[in-house]
Design a protein around this ligand. Structure first.
Ligand SMILES: C[S@@+](CC[C@H](N)C(=O)[O-])C[C@H]1O[C@@H](n2cnc3c(N)ncnc32)[C@H](O)[C@@H]1O
Length: 356
């Protein structure tokens, strides 16, 4: 018999090793999520309507017979990561079996349900998106100017209709979440007669707002080729242009997930154009920014990590950034905004209202 005494020093080593290996292999978490969406695992569990046992699950999925046991292992990791919940069920033969249900996260991946983030999973788990990060080290050394295997993100989207479609679907899926946040943020739109939503290619956000506020005149403003085939409805219209040149006049300008795409120099140019756009409304005009605010001392792990991940994503792919409150303040002041209010109401993103 062999007995090994616990050694705090070696415990620390092994914990460090496990932490390291977890991060080395974390790309598997991205790919198994993609695999779960492709196999329609959330849809199958949802459609079953009650906890689904493994044999029921495997037969619905029509798996290759040799792969059933492998699926159980995939499910075990999905349970560990919080994408499935497992409970024990007793079958007709009195045998105990695991049965799976959806969790709040996997409910967001069920086809036909809103909000639905399955397109976001497919967009970010795309091999092109993941492969681009291979170039990060070379980018830091100045050996490549952009971290992209096929040209800058906007170039790729301009020239690849299939990719543009997937990107728009992903953005639209994210904007469906706005509906959830809007329930709690009605005061944002009070007193406004018109709003221009800058850079809303799938126009999901603006359509949600136009529907929720039928008396508000809503304008989607994006590149001319992006809005060319969009059809206007009652209180929703489309205008093509370049936000660096001029933005249509309105009581408020909305920018969701726009400024994080750009560095401070370009963001400043856009904010100055926003200020011109709301000038007619005087002191009551405002710019509504929906973006992350990195807090120096934040303790919610998921929220902090997602902001920091997006920051590196923006830095790498677009030369953009997520900003701390101090950085937002500096940027807004430089653009001539006298005061601002931050309301954290969209999960890892906040509403920043900036006033002239
Ligand atoms: C990351 S997407 C954000 C989409 C949307 N706001 C959302 O959150 O789902 C950025 C958008 O900005 C638009 N855009 C980029 N440069 C622009 C410019 N110079 N003028 C107008 N729109 C622009 C793109 O076409 C795209 O629709």
């Amino acid at each position: 018999m062999c007995s090994v005494e616990a050694n705090p020093a070696s415990d620390e080593y092994f914990e460090a090793q496990a932490h390291l290996y977890k991060h080395i292999l974390s790309y598997i978490n991205t790919t198994i999520l993609k695999c779960a969406v492709q196999l329609r695992i959330p849809d199958i569990i949802h459609n079953h309507g009650q906890p689904i046992t493994f044999p029921q699950f495997a037969s619905t999925l029509e798996l290759h017979p040799t792969k059933s046991a492998s699926l159980e292992r995939l499910a075990r990791l999905l349970v560990h990561n919080g994408f499935l919940a497992a409970e024990t069920k007793v079958n007709e033969e009195d045998e105990e079996m695991e049965a799976y249900t959806l969790t709040p996260c996997s409910k967001l991946l069920v086809k036909g349900m809103e909000p639905n983030l399955a397109s976001m999973v497919l967009w970010f788990a795309d091999t092109g998106c993941m492969a681009a990060f291979d170039l990060l080290g070379s980018w830091f050394k100045g050996e490549v100017n952009i971290i992209a295997t096929e040209g800058s993100v906007w170039d790729v989207l301009d020239h690849d209709p299939q990719k543009l479609k997937s990107f728009n679907k992903a953005m639209a899926s994210d904007s469906q979440m706005i509906n959830v946040g809007l329930r709690d943020s009605k005061s944002i739109f009070q007193g406004l007669k018109s709003i221009v939503d800058v850079g809303d290619s799938p126009s999901t956000t603006c359509r949600i707002i136009a529907k929720a506020y039928p008396n508000l005149k809503c304008i989607v403003f994006d590149h001319p080729h992006v809005v060319a085939y969009c059809s206007a409805s009652k209180n929703l219209s489309y205008v093509g242009g370049n936000m660096f040149e001029s933005i249509p006049s309105a009581d408020a300008v909305l920018m969701k997930w726009i400024l994080h795409n750009w560095d401070d120099e370009d963001s400043l140019k856009v904010l100055k154009k926003c200020k011109e756009a709301i000038a007619k409304k005087g002191k009551e005009g405002k710019v509504i920014i929906i973006d992350a605010v990195i807090k120096e001392k934040e303790n919610d792990n998921d929220m902090t990590e997602v902001k920091l991940l997006f920051d590196v994503l923006m830095m790498s792919l677009l030369n953009g950034k997520e900003r701390t409150e101090k950085e937002w303040k500096k940027l807004l002041e430089a653009a001539g905004f006298k005061h601002y209010k931050i309301t954290p109401c969209f999960g890892f993103r906040s509403i920043i209202e900036a006033y002239p």
